[in-house]
Design a protein around this ligand. Structure first.
Ligand SMILES: Nc1nc2c(c(=O)[nH]1)N[C@H]1C(S)=C(S)[C@@H](COP(=O)(O)OP(=O)(O)OC[C@H]3O[C@@H](n4cnc5c(=O)[nH]c(N)nc54)[C@H](O)[C@@H]3O)O[C@H]1N2
Ligand SMILES: Nc1nc2c(c(=O)[nH]1)N[C@H]1C(S)=C(S)[C@@H](COP(=O)(O)OP(=O)(O)OC[C@H]3O[C@@H](n4cnc5c(=O)[nH]c(N)nc54)[C@H](O)[C@@H]3O)O[C@H]1N2
Ligand code: SF4
Ligand SMILES: [Mo]
Length: 730
C-alpha cells in the first residue's frame, strides 16, 4: 500500500492551519500540525484529526447525475452532463436574459482557488447575481468599511491580537470558532500574562469568557445599546485620542454631538449592564497601550447588524487604536475574497435584483432574498441557479422556503463532493474532486503586517470520475460557445496541464500583488533572479509551499493602498447609522413576545461542528446530538431535566431537541449548534429514492427554525442569534 506524508491544510474553518497528513492508500491515518506554515506554526485544534471523515465516506459523488421525471437520479457521462447543462443555460439566458440566472457559493472554508473559475461561467451566463453565505453574515460589516475607509473590499483584521495588551471580544467565541491564527494558544498567552487583559462581551459564559479578565453578559441582541453607551462614556471620560482624530479622520464634531445626546443610563439598562462596568471598561481602554476589538456572528447575526459593525469600529478608531502594533489594522489581499459595489452614474444600481430590488454589497447578494427572487410570479424571476461548494437548502435561512423555491427552478445545478440536500433538489449534480485531490488555496489571508499564502498541491489522485471545478467551468464555458481559458504557458516543466489551468488566474493576481506591494514583497525576502520579474519570483515562492508573501510597515496603513477615500482619512460620519442610533433612543423599551418567550441562537460554534463540511456524524467525539442549552431556572420552570427531549418551536418551524442544562446561558436565552441534522447512511445514498433517510439524521437542521423575514431590513442578514422561540416538554 502506498504510504507517505503530505503537507496540506485543514479545511474546517477559515484559519486553514497547515497540516501534515500520513496517507496510507487513500486513507488519512494521522494528521499533525505542520510547523513550516508561517501563520499556524504547527498549531491545530481538535478537528483536523477527523478529516478522513471528509475525504472518505459513503456519500461521496462519483458520477454526474441527472434527475428523472419520477424524482430518481440517473448516472450520466460528463459529456452528456456538460452539453445538457450548457444548452439549458444558453436557452434561459437567451430567452429571459442573464438576470434570470444566478450563482450561489463558489468556495467554502478552504476552497477558493477552484471557485474563482466560476467567474468565467458567470460571464457566459451573463449574470452578476452571486449569492453567498458571506451575505448572511458579513455584508453589513463590508458596507460600513466601505463608508469609513472608502471601499467595501478594504477589510480590517484582528491579526494583531497576539501583540495587544487589551483584547475585546464582542459576540465571538474564539476558543471554539477561532477566527485568528493559533487562537487557543493566543488566548492562553493572554490569560497567563499579568500585563495583558481580555474582555468578553457575550450573553453566554463561553470558554473564552471563562478565560477573560472581565466578562460582560450583555442581554441578547442589545449590543448596540451597550456599545453606544460605551462610546458616549469614552467621550465623557476623555478617552478619545484627539491627535489621531485630528490627523486621520473627518467628521468628529458631528459624531461627538450624537454621542453627547445618548441617555447612557437607559441604554445600559436596556443592555443589561451596570453603568459602572462600562466606565471601568472605558478607563481600561484609556490606560492600555494598544487595544484590539474582534467581533463576529454575535453582532452580525443579531439585532442591529450593520449598526453593530459601525459601533464596534468606532471603539477602536476613536481611541486611536488603528494602524499600530497590537491594534486593529487593514490587511492586504493576494486574491480578493470580495469586491466593491457602488451605484452607477445615475445613482442607481443596474444590477438590483428583479423582485426584491436588493442591491449588491461587495458584489454579493443575500440568501434571505433568493427564494422570493425565484418563487414569485414575475416575468423577470430567477429561473436557473448554479450552486458550487454550498448547501443553501439547509444552510440558508428558512429551509421550507428554499425547498419551495428550488422546486420552481427550471434549472438547478449543484457541484459538490457529497450528495447534499441541495444536490438532491437539483436537476444535475456534478461530482467535484475533494480539496485533497486537486490544487487549492484559500483567500482567507488576513495577516498584517506579515501576509501569507498557501497554495496546496493535491495529496491524492482525484477519486474516479470526479473533476476539479476549474475543469468543469472550462468545459461548460466552451460548450456554451464562449472561449475557455487557456492553461498558463509557463512552468510546463514543473506543472501538468491541469495545474496550469487552475493557477492561470492566480498567476495574474500574484504579478499584480508584487507590483502593488513591491517593497513589502521584497522585505519578505523575495528576490528575482537575473532577468526575472518580482511577480515571477513571488509566484515561484508560492509554488514551493506555504509562504510569507509580504511584510509591510505599520506606516503603510495610512497610505492610499489601504485608505481609499481621496483625502486618505477615515470618514466617521455615516448618516444612515446616525438615523439608526436615533431609532435606538426611540425604542428604548424592549418589546417581548409572550408567545415565544425565549431568544434562540440557531447556530452556535462548538467542538464538533464545522459548518456542513463533514456528513458522517461519527466524526464527532462529543455532543453527538448537538444539544439545546438552557439555564437551570428556565429548565426548572418547564420541568425539563438534563437529557430530556423537548420541542423547540419558532414562528417558522419546529424541531425535537435534546436538553442540556447549563448555567453558562443567560436565563431566557437558549442555543443549539449549526452543522447538524445532515442525512447520512453507512450504505450510501439511494439514487432511486434520493430523499430516503435510511438512518435518522443526528441533531437539528437549524434552518427549519429560521425564517426569511427574521433579518436586518437593510442587508437582509438573518438574525440567527435572535429568534423568538418556545419550548414544549415532550
Ligand atoms: N467549531 C467551529 N468553528 C467554526 C465554525 C463551525 O461551524 N464550527 N464555523 C466558522 C464560521 S463559517 C464562522 S462565520 C465563525 C463564527 O464564529 P463566532 O461568531 O465566534 O461563533 P458563534 O458561536 O456562532 O457565535 C459567537 C458568540 O456569539 C454569542 N452571541 C449570541 N448572541 C449574542 C448577542 O446578542 N450579543 C453578543 N455580544 N454575543 C452574542 C454566542 O453566545 C457565541 O458565544 O466560526 C468559524 N469557526
Ligand atoms: N441557522 C444558521 N444558519 C447558518 C449559520 C448559523 O450559524 N445558523 N451559519 C452561517 C454561516 S456563518 C455560514 S459561513 C454558512 C455556511 O454554509 P455554506 O456556505 O452552505 O457552506 P458549508 O456548510 O460550509 O458547506 C460547504 C459545502 O461544500 C462542499 N464541499 C466541500 N469541499 C468541496 C469541494 O472541494 N468542492 C465543492 N464543489 N464542494 C465542496 C461540502 O460538501 C458542503 O456541501 O452557513 C450559514 N448558515
Ligand atoms: S483552527 Fe480551524 S483550520 Fe485550524 S485546525 Fe482547527 S478547524 Fe482546522
Ligand atoms: Mo461563516
Amino acid at each position: 500500500m502506498n504510504s507517505y506524508k503530505a503537507v496540506s491544510c485543514c479545511i474546517l474553518c477559515d484559519n486553514n492551519c497547515g497540516i501534515e497528513i500520513q496517507v496510507e492508500g487513500r486513507e488519512f491515518k494521522t494528521i499533525k500540525g505542520y510547523k513550516g506554515h508561517p501563520a499556524s506554526e504547527g498549531y491545530v485544534c481538535q478537528k483536523p484529526g477527523r478529516l478522513n471523515f471528509y475525504q472518505n465516506h459513503s456519500e461521496r459523488l462519483t458520477s454526474p447525475l441527472k434527475k428523472m421525471p419520477d424524482g430518481s437520479f440517473k448516472k450520466i457521462s460528463w459529456e452528456t452532463a456538460i452539453s445538457e447543462i450548457a444548452g439549458k443555460l444558453v436557452e434561459l439566458r437567451d430567452t429571459y436574459g442573464g438576470k434570470s440566472l444566478a450563482y450561489y457559493g463558489g468556495g467554502g472554508q478552504g476552497n477558493h482557488l477552484q471557485g474563482m473559475h466560476g467567474m468565467y461561467l458567470r460571464k457566459a451566463m451573463d449574470t452578476r447575481f452571486i449569492y453567498s453565505s458571506l451575505a448572511q453574515e458579513k455584508t453589513g460589516d463590508f458596507w460600513v468599511m466601505g463608508k469609513l475607509f472608502g471601499r467595501q473590499d478594504v477589510h480590517a483584521t484582528p491579526d494583531q491580537i497576539k501583540n495587544s495588551d487589551l483584547v475585546i471580544f464582542i459576540g465571538t467565541n474564539p476558543w471554539m470558532a477561532h477566527g485568528f491564527p493559533r487562537a487557543r494558544d493566543v488566548l492562553k498567552e493572554i490569560q497567563a500574562d499579568p500585563d495583558r487583559q481580555m474582555i468578553v462581551i457575550d450573553p453566554k459564559r463561553t470558554r473564552t469568557a471563562e478565560m477573560a479578565d472581565l466578562h460582560i453578559a450583555v442581554k441578547p441582541g442589545q449590543d448596540a445599546y451597550l456599545m453606544t453607551a460605551l462610546l458616549s462614556i469614552l467621550n465623557r471620560e476623555n478617552c478619545i485620542n484627539y491627535e489621531f482624530i485630528q490627523n486621520q479622520t473627518t467628521g468628529w464634531e458631528e459624531l461627538k454631538s450624537v454621542l453627547e445626546n445618548i441617555p447612557v443610563s437607559g441604554f445600559c439598562k436596556r443592555a443589561g449592564v451596570e453603568e459602572k462596568v462600562l466606565y471601568d471598561l472605558a478607563n481600561k481602554i484609556k490606560k492600555a497601550k494598544n487595544v484590539v476589538v474582534r467581533h463576529d456572528l454575535g453582532l452580525e447575526q443579531s439585532l442591529n447588524t450593520t449598526l453593530n459593525s459601525y459601533l464596534e469600529k468606532l471603539i477602536w478608531i476613536l481611541t486611536g487604536n488603528f494602524g499600530r502594533s497590537g491594534t486593529n489594522v487593514i490587511h492586504t489581499s493576494l486574491a480578493p475574497l470580495i469586491g466593491h459595489s457602488e451605484p452607477d452614474a445615475d445613482g442607481d444600481y443596474s444590477w438590483k435584483t428583479t423582485v426584491t430590488g436588493m442591491i449588491p454589497i461587495s458584489g454579493i447578494y443575500p440568501p434571505n432574498t433568493l427564494p422570493l427572487e425565484i418563487d414569485t410570479d414575475h416575468p423577470g424571476r430567477i429561473r436557473g441557479l448554479f450552486v458550487d461548494s454550498s448547501n443553501p437548502l439547509i444552510t440558508a435561512a428558512d429551509t421550507k422556503a428554499y425547498k419551495r423555491a428550488f422546486s420552481k427552478l427550471e434549472l438547478l445545478v449543484t457541484v459538490d463532493v457529497a450528495f447534499t440536500e441541495t444536490a438532491k433538489m437539483s436537476h444535475y449534480v456534478l461530482p467535484a474532486s475533494s480539496q485533497f485531490e486537486k490544487w487549492e488555496a484559500s483567500f482567507f489571508n488576513f495577516g498584517f503586517p506579515d501576509q501569507h499564502f498557501h497554495l496546496r498541491k493535491p495529496v491524492l489522485e482525484p477519486l474516479e470520475n470526479t473533476l476539479p471545478e476549474s475543469e468543469i467551468y472550462n468545459r461548460l464555458v466552451a460548450a456554451m460557445g464562449e472561449k475557455p481559458i487557456t492553461p498558463l504557458q509557463k512552468y510546463q516543466d514543473k506543472l501538468d496541464e491541469n495545474a496550469r489551468l487552475v493557477i492561470a488566474p492566480l498567476y495574474m493576481l500574484v504579478r499584480r500583488y508584487a507590483s502593488v506591494h513591491s517593497e513589502a514583497v521584497q522585505r519578505a525576502g523575495v528576490q528575482p533572479k537575473e532577468g526575472q520579474t518580482l511577480g515571477d519570483a513571488l509566484f515561484e515562492r508560492i509554488l514551493e509551499g506555504p509562504a510569507t508573501i509580504s511584510i509591510h510597515e505599520f506606516k503603510d496603513q495610512f497610505s492610499g493602498t489601504f485608505l481609499k477615500h481621496e483625502d486618505r482619512k477615515i470618514h466617521l460620519v455615516i448618516p444612515e447609522m446616525f438615523k439608526q442610533i436615533q431609532l435606538l433612543v426611540q425604542n428604548l423599551h424592549e418589546k417581548t413576545d409572550k408567545d415565544y418567550p425565549f431568544v434562540l441562537t440557531a447556530g452556535e460554534r462548538r467542538s464538533y461542528n464545522a459548518n456542513h463540511i463533514i456528513r458522517d456524524p461519527k466524526w464527532r467525539k462529543s455532543d453527538m446530538e448537538g444539544s439545546l442549552q438552557i439555564h437551570p431556572l428556565d429548565a426548572e420552570k418547564l420541568n425539563l431535566t438534563d437529557g430530556s427531549k423537548a420541542l423547540c418551536e419558532t414562528r417558522y418551524g419546529q424541531a425535537e431537541v435534546l436538553i442540556e442544562i447549563s448555567d453558562s446561558c443567560h436565563a431566557g436565552f437558549i442555543n443549539i449548534p449549526n452543522g447538524y441534522g445532515l442525512s447520512y447512511s453507512e450504505d450510501g445514498f439511494n439514487l432511486n429514492n434520493p430523499f430516503e433517510e435510511k438512518e435518522r439524521p443526528v441533531g437539528v437542521k437549524v434552518n427549519m427554525l429560521t425564517g426569511l423575514e427574521n433579518c436586518e431590513p437593510f442587508t437582509k442578514t438573518p438574525y440567527h442569534k435572535y429568534i423568538p422561540a418556545k419550548l414544549i416538554p415532550l
